[in-house]
Ligand binder design. Structure first.
Ligand code: PMP
Length: 382
């Protein structure tokens, strides 16, 4: 990244780490065979594929057979929800999700509705936590699947997955629990035994873009969404992208190293920004005690967030509006928490990482002050 650049959009994507890129390059250079080929080059590639998968399985405490490589979390979410729904449609057609999901989940839910599935949206409280009583009341005999995001990408609110699983299994032991853990991996410790399926993405953890993962408990059957030559991975056919897979395993290993230490450091950066911006009485902090420190969402209230973000960009400061993937201007998660349209229309997200420096935060705050005061003086209202 450039010397003067202040990148604070790590929840949208991360730069690839040097070591990860080295692994990618080495695998691309030295392992040219298709892992599905039977000759020695293929066998050599297959051995590397297996060892990368073994490493990921050990890091995540699951079986190798429970890991499916995808192109990213969007595809993992598609395979989990559509794959499960299609396979089990004769058992039931009811699916539950929340108002705190990534936009990809809503697109999938709308698609499943066109196929005759019924989707219910569970309520949350003002701290952003799922209302467990509402969840209980929504679960029926024909509820086949529940998808609840582990860490919300806009506000950073973290759900108690273990408790949610207990509630689900008590109401209906046959209901499967999927969680989108894209914003959780490498930020907080996760236990995959709390869920039945989980989605991940490489580019959120300093890995390359174009590789993701679906964890699927061995007991669960899915219908493939992509059809093709299914030799090594029936649920995601095609030539395994070996360099991306090797890079992903390296990225996961690095992401899980010193997790608590990194989280504590990021918490200090987050607190510094919150303390500083608290001096502006109009700014709202869209967070609760369950928000992880890596994601800080605020509402500017009187200022159009797009204009503010572009003004900050003039100083080489990169922050985002609600999420990079959202197509409308309204933050659905902030709306779900506060039911306040102005607040939901004026959000900006500052996302931090372990490579963010205190010096960057200080410079960010200086630019923020300058631009914020300039905008207030100009009186630019929506
Ligand atoms: N889920 C969540 C929670 C996300 O934050 C993102 C990325 N914005 C995605 C899914 C989509 O991930 P990908 O870009 O890997 O498809």
């Amino acid at each position: 990244m450039g010397d003067n650049m202040i990148y604070l959009d790590y929840s949208a994507t991360t730069p690839v780490s040097y070591d990860v890129l080295e692994s990618f390059n080495k695998a691309s250079r030295d392992y040219i065979g298709n892992a599905n080929s039977i000759h020695s080059l293929g066998v050599k590639s297959k051995a590397l594929l297996n060892s990368a998968t073994k490493q990921i399985a050990e890091l995540l405490d699951v079986n190798c057979s429970e890991l499916i490589y995808t192109s990213g979390a969007t595809e993992s979410n598609n395979l989990a929800l559509i794959g499960y729904a299609l396979k089990h449609k004769n058992r039931g057609r009811h699916i539950i999700t929340t108002k705190l999901e990534h936009p990809s989940i809503y697109s999938i839910a709308s698609y499943l509705e066109t196929l005759g599935f019924e989707i219910s949206y569970v309520d949350n409280d003002s701290d952003g936590l799922i209302d467990l009583e509402d969840l209980k009341s929504l679960i029926r005999n024909d509820t086949i699947l529940i998808s609840i995001c582990g860490v919300n990408s806009e506000t950073g609110v973290r759900q108690p997955l273990k408790t949610i699983r207990q509630v689900i299994k008590k109401e209906n032991p046959n209901t499967i629990f999927h969680s989108d853990l894209t914003q959780a991996l490498g930020k907080i410790s996760i236990n995959l035994h709390d869920v039945d399926m989980a989605s991940f993405s490489g580019h959120k953890i300093f890995g390359p873009k174009g590789i993701g993962l679906l964890y699927k408990n061995d007991k669960i059957e899915l219908e493939p969404v992509i059809h093709g030559s299914s030799k090594s991975s029936p649920l995601r056919p095609g030539t395994p992208p070996l360099p991306l897979i090797v890079a992903l395993s390296k990225a996961i290993r690095l992401a899980l190293t010193d997790l608590t230490k990194k989280e504590e450091y990021i918490r200090k950066l987050n607190e510094k920004i919150v303390n500083d911006l608290s001096h502006f009485p109009e700014i709202r902090f869209n967070k609760s005690k369950y928000s992880i420190p890596h994601i800080l969402n605020i509402s500017l209230m009187q200022i159009r967030p797009e204009s503010f973000i572009h003004a900050m960009e003039e100083h080489e400061v990169y922050i985002s509006t609600n999420t990079a993937c959202s197509s409308n201007d309204l933050s659905t998660s902030v709306m779900a928490l506060y039911n306040d349209k102005v607040r939901a229309l004026t959000t900006i997200r500052i996302s931090l990482s372990s490579i963010t420096t205190i010096e960057e935060v200080n410079r960010f705050l200086t630019f923020f002050h300058g631009e914020y005061q300039r905008f207030i003086k100009l009186g630019r209202r929506n």
